[in-house]
Structure formats: structure tokens, C-alpha cells
Design a protein around this ligand. Structure first.
Ligand code: PLP
Length: 385
């Protein structure tokens, strides 16, 4: 740091210059992001809550109530009348809390001290972080030919050390939904904690179902589901950072509670201590602002773009990995290497994302990618074919 103060104008200019190096969602060229421009109203509300600290809720009782209301209404969306949980920084922290709850619960009630978690190959890498931090062993369950959890293989890998089973509603790479109803039954029969990661799908599947899309039930109406991750900062159009972790029972928060001596509350179950209330307030505002109808409209529009894009890709001659269930399309050229194709698209200014399992170009059709961007992309893909 320099010795003397610098003029605000100069600082802002310097920051603007650096900011201009970032890519802009509005260009419609960011193809692989699960985040997008937050809604302006959500940002406006966010700024009003920058001084709030939910780590010390006794001092911010109003904002605490906002967080509780958001958790309650996301819970309702997921068929849970009385929800427990928090608005956290994102899917990673939400998954970490879920796995920590599962581990602590199994330790307390089953005496498991060397636990394992069962996750599919398609799971987000946040579970690897969680397992590492919580000292759990990862047991991977195979996918079937449709890239979903193979239920028979799942039964085989359950052991008396299993502290949690994880399934995904809207996989990061392909947007697919695991057979959650069947897995819920298996979890309940074996008395094992079942976490559903709907970081991506949580803010679209319920709305798509509401307008008649044939998507499976993935939520708390299935008795085995203990917790669900849902990210407002992805399909919810809330500003980053906003993740949601919703628990079926209060005891899952209780098994994580540690004493918090100098604060206005006696215990704390979240991982983060001092934490901003702005994420909760912005999520609260944007959920009210859109309502179910608003979110349904957005989700439907994105699904229509998805169909349009997938259909046109096929017509050009590209091979899509699977029929999209949500707004993600993964595809390959029939003969050209995926990395080569990705490189060519990058040269044309597209910010491309390559999926690993299976290797494919992956386009997440978020709100910032409009029909005209898709048409330009398809033109380029036609030329490259
Ligand atoms: C994005 C994503 C995550 C991680 O969320 P962050 O907000 O990036 O921490 C976890 N799980 C799934 C399925 C995701 O799509």
C-alpha cells in the first residue's frame, strides 16, 4: 500500500480499467457459466444490506427474519412445510454443510467415526472438498448408459460406514436428474442420510413442473430426502454469493452447533461466522418480484432456447450427448476432437466450456444467452462443420 491517500476518481479509473478486462454476460458469448447477470432489482436490494451480519443475529433481528422467510419459502417450493437452513455463499458451502450434518449425525447416533459418502461420477467437485475437510472417504457410484446414477450399483456400495448418499437434480455438466425417488427409498430403508444437490436445478425444476414439463419429483415429498442444496445465484437470478441449504429437520443443524460465546446467540451451526445478510435480502426480494409465474416464464423461455439450439445442432450434423432435461446442451462433432473444436470456437470469441464425463462442448443456456446469440453461434458451428 502506498503512503498517501489517492483520489477517489483515480482509484475508480484504475478499477474500471481492470474491470474492462472481464468478460461481459451481456455479450452473450459466455457459454459455460451457471451464473448470469443478477436482476437489477435484486442488486438494488443487495446494496441496502451491506452492513448486516447474520453471524450475530441478535443485532440484526430483522435481517435474520428475512433469512428465515427465504428458507421457509424455498422449503415450500420443495414441498417442505417447516424448513430449516441458511442462505450461504453458494452450492459449495451448502453441500459442505449438508455433508457435515450427515457426518455429525452418523457419529452421534450410529457411532460411525470413519465415514464414507457415496457420490456419483457426475457430482460437483465441491463434494471432494467436503470429504477432504471432513475426513470422509469418497465412494463413487457408477452412472448408467444415460449418465444417471445406476441404482443397482448404488445398492452394492452401501456399507455400514456410509454416512450420506448424494444425488443430483440438474447435473453440472449435462443438467440431468438422477433417479431420486428410487434412491430416496433405498436411503430410507437403510436409514442413511440422503442429500439432493439441486444447486442448478432447484430454481427451475419446480417451475417447469408447474407448467406441465414432465420432470421427476426430486424434493422433500420423498421421505428419504434429508437436505437439498438450491442456489439463488444460478437460476434464481440473485447476486453472487447466494446459495441455499434446506434441511428437513432441526436436528441436522443441532448436530453442527458449536458454542459462540461472545455473540448474541449461544450457538452457531453455519461454517462461516460473520456473514452478509444482503444475499438473503436480495433473494427474498427477487423471489417476491418474480413469483412462481415469473420464474416459470424464465424457465420456459430457457427450455425453448435449449430445444432450438439442440435441434439446430442436430440438423447441422453435430451429435448431442443426451436429450436435455434442463437448459444445458452437450455436443460433439462426429469426427473432430472436442478440444480442437473448443479451440476454434474460442478463436471466434466464444467462451467455451468442455465437459469431462463424457468429453463434450457444454452450453448452459442461461438468461444472458439470447436467441440472436444462439443463431450466431450456430452459424459459426455450421462454418466449422
Ligand atoms: C454450481 C454447482 C455447485 C457449486 O456451487 P457454487 O455456487 O459454485 O459453489 C454444486 N453443485 C452443483 C450441481 C452445481 O451445479
Amino acid at each position: 500500500m502506498q503512503d498517501n491517500p489517492i483520489d477517489k476518481e483515480d482509484i475508480l479509473m484504475e478499477l474500471a480499467e481492470l474491470r474492462s478486462l472481464d468478460h461481459d454476460y451481456a455479450d452473450g458469448r459466455i457459454l459455460g457459466s451457471m451464473c448470469t447477470q443478477a436482476h437489477p432489482f435484486a442488486k438494488e436490494v443487495y446494496c441496502k444490506f451491506l452492513d448486516t451480519n447474520l453471524g450475530d443475529p441478535g443485532l440484526f433481528q430483522g435481517t435474520k427474519r428475512i433469512e428465515e422467510e427465504v428458507v421457509k419459502s424455498i422449503g415450500k417450493l420443495l414441498s417442505l412445510d417447516k424448513a430449516y437452513g441458511n442462505i450461504v455463499t453458494g452450492g459449495t458451502e451448502a453441500n459442505l454443510m449438508a455433508i457435515r450434518a450427515a457426518r455429525n449425525h452418523a457419529r452421534k447416533y450410529k457411532g460411525i467415526t470413519d465415514g464414507e459418502i457415496i457420490i456419483p461420477d457426475s457430482a460437483h467437485f465441491s463434494f471432494k472438498k467436503a470429504a477432504d475437510m471432513l475426513n470422509l472417504k469418497i465412494v463413487e457410484v457408477k452412472l448408467d448408459e444415460n449418465y444417471k446414477i445406476d441404482v443397482e450399483s448404488l445398492k452394492e456400495v452401501i456399507s455400514d460406514r456410509t454416512v450420506a448418499i448424494v444425488a443430483i437434480a440438474g447435473t453440472t455438466e449435462l443438467g440431468l436428474i438422477d433417479p431420486i425417488e428410487e434412491i430416496s427409498k433405498i436411503s430410507a430403508e437403510n436409514n442413511i442420510y440422503f442429500h439432493v444437490d439441486a444447486a442448478f436445478g432447484g430454481f427451475s425444476i419446480p417451475f417447469l413442473r408447474e407448467i406441465g414439463y414432465d420432470l421427476p419429483v426430486f424434493d422433500f415429498s420423498l421421505e428419504g430426502v434429508c437436505s437439498i442444496t438450491v442456489d439463488p445465484h444460478k437460476m434464481g437470478l440473485a447476486p453472487i454469493p447466494a446459495g441455499g441449504i434446506i434441511f428437513r429437520k432441526e436436528e441436522y443443524l443441532e448436530v453442527m452447533a458449536v458454542d459462540s460465546p461472545y455473540l448474541t446467540v449461544k450457538t452457531q451451526s453455519t461454517i462461516v461466522g460473520t456473514r452478509l445478510g444482503a444475499s438473503s435480502a436480495a433473494t427474498y426480494a427477487i423471489m417476491k418480484y418474480f413469483g412462481k409465474k415469473g420464474y416459470s416464464k424464465i424457465a420456459r423461455n430457457l427450455m425453448e432456447n435449449t430445444r432450438f439450439f439442440a435441434q439446430n445442432l442436430k440438423e447441422i450434423g453435430y451429435e448431442i450427448i443426451c436429450e436435455p432435461e434442463l437448459n444445458i446442451v452437450a455436443f460433439n462433432h462426429p469426427t473432430m476432437d472436442t478440444k480442437v473444436l473448443a479451440g476454434k470456437l474460442e478463436k471466434l470469441g466464444w467462451k467455451v466450456s468442455v465437459a469431462k464425463c463424457p468429453v463434450a462442448i457444454r452450453v448452459v443456456l442461461m438468461n444472458h444467452i439470447k436467441k440472436n446469440h444462439l443463431k450466431e453461434l450456430l452459424e459459426d458451428l455450421k462454418d466449422l462443420y
